[in-house]
Design a protein around this ligand. Structure first.
Ligand code: ZN
Length: 213
C-alpha cells in the first residue's frame, strides 16, 4: 500500500472485536474504530479520558462473527475542581456584557488542574475570537469554558462547528447579569456531542457563589 494511506490507517486503525476475549487495550492516546457484532464503535483514548461510543449500526441482519461491544466512559481523575468553575464564572461576570473564555488544563504527571484565560483577539456581546492559552509541560485541555454575556447558556451552531474535532468537556456560562447565571455543559468527542442534562450541583453552587468572588 502507498505510504500516505499506510500512515493514515496506522494513525486511525480498525480493529475486529474478538468473540472470546476482551478487545486489547489501546496502548497510547488516539482513536480507533471497533467493528463488533452489534455495530461500529469509535474508541478514543486520552490521558484524562477513555471512551467508547457506537457510531453506526448494520443496515441488514447479516452475521458478523465478532464479539459485542458496549459504550463506556472512564475519567482518569476524580472530578474537575468546582472552584475553577467558580473562578471562570467570576471572569464571565467581569467580562459581561462581552463574552470571554478560558481553558481548564490538567497535567497527567502532576495531577494538577488550573484555569488559563484564552488570549482574546476580539469580543463583544455575541462573539469571541481568541487564541488558545499557553500550555505548560504535558497539560491537556479538559474543559473549554466560554460565556454568553447576557444571553442564556447553551450551544450555538457556531459552538458545534468549533467543537467538532475536539475531545474535551465544554462549559458555557450565560445570563451573566443575573444573580444566578445559567450554565450548560457537554462532552465533545470527535463530533459526538453529549449534553449533560444534569450538570454537577457543585458546579452550579460554584457559579452561583462566584458573585461574591
Ligand atoms: Zn457559545
Amino acid at each position: 500500500m502507498n505510504i500516505l494511506d499506510m500512515t493514515l490507517q496506522r494513525s486511525f486503525p480498525t480493529v475486529m472485536v474478538p468473540r472470546n476475549e476482551p478487545v486489547a487495550e489501546m496502548q497510547s492516546a488516539g482513536e480507533r474504530l471497533l467493528i463488533a457484532e452489534n455495530g461500529v464503535f469509535l474508541e478514543i483514548r486520552r490521558s484524562w479520558i477513555s471512551l467508547v461510543r457506537q457510531v453506526a449500526q448494520f443496515l441488514v441482519p447479516t452475521a458478523v462473527p465478532y464479539g459485542r461491544m458496549v459504550e463506556s466512559t472512564k475519567l482518569h481523575f476524580d472530578r474537575v475542581p468546582p472552584d475553577l468553575i467558580g473562578q471562570f464564572a467570576a471572569m464571565a461576570r467581569m467580562a459581561h456584557p462581552n463574552e470571554t473564555g478560558a481553558w481548564i488544563l490538567w497535567s497527567p504527571t502532576t495531577l494538577a488542574f488550573r484555569l488559563a484565560p484564552v488570549g482574546i483577539l476580539s469580543h463583544d456581546g455575541d462573539s469571541l475570537d481568541y487564541e488558545p492559552p499557553a500550555v505548560l509541560g504535558d497539560e491537556l485541555l479538559v474543559v473549554d469554558c466560554h460565556s454568553h454575556g447576557r444571553h442564556p447558556a447553551g450551544f450555538s451552531p457556531k459552538d458545534d462547528k468549533d467543537d467538532r474535532h475536539d475531545v474535551k468537556m465544554a462549559l458555557v456560562v450565560g445570563n451573566c447579569d443575573r444573580a444566578k447565571p445559567s450554565i450548560a455543559a457537554r462532552l465533545c468527542a470527535k463530533g459526538i456531542f453529549e449534553e449533560t442534562e444534569r450538570v454537577p450541583m457543585a458546579w452550579y453552587e460554584a457559579v452561583w457563589a462566584a458573585e461574591s468572588v
